[in-house]
Write a new protein. Structure first.
Length: 108
């Protein structure tokens, strides 16, 4: 008996659904509706690109100026230093000095 009740309920639900299809009418849409929606979607998805900011001419110029200033400072520093003094400091720091007193190998 319960089965028959559910079958009648199911059949009435199906009938209501089919009647709802009869009430559906066609919708008038502007011919450019799709184009407008697609434009809005693509405009919203676009994000500002930070990568292009680094390649902008202003950033290239600023980077070039910084590199030139850094190179000129290094060049000025290199011209002030003494080559022999630098080599001797390097040799002393790695214990490569040629003094006989500090040599670990002694020859007769």
């Amino acid at each position: 008996m319960k089965n028959m009740k559910t079958n009648k309920d199911i059949q009435s639900t199906i009938d209501k659904t089919l009647q709802a299809f009869d009430t559906i009418e066609t919708v008038e849409v502007s011919p450019f509706f799709k184009d407008k929606v697609m434009q809005r979607l693509f405009l919203e998805k676009e994000e500002p690109e930070t990568v292009r900011f680094w390649f902008a001419p202003k950033m290239q110029l600023a980077t070039l100026i910084c590199v030139l200033i850094l190179n000129s400072l290094v060049l000025a520093k290199l011209q002030k230093t003494d080559y022999k003094e630098d080599v001797s400091q390097f040799a002393e720091s790695f214990e490569l000095s040629t003094d006989n007193d500090t040599s670990t190998l002694s020859f007769p």
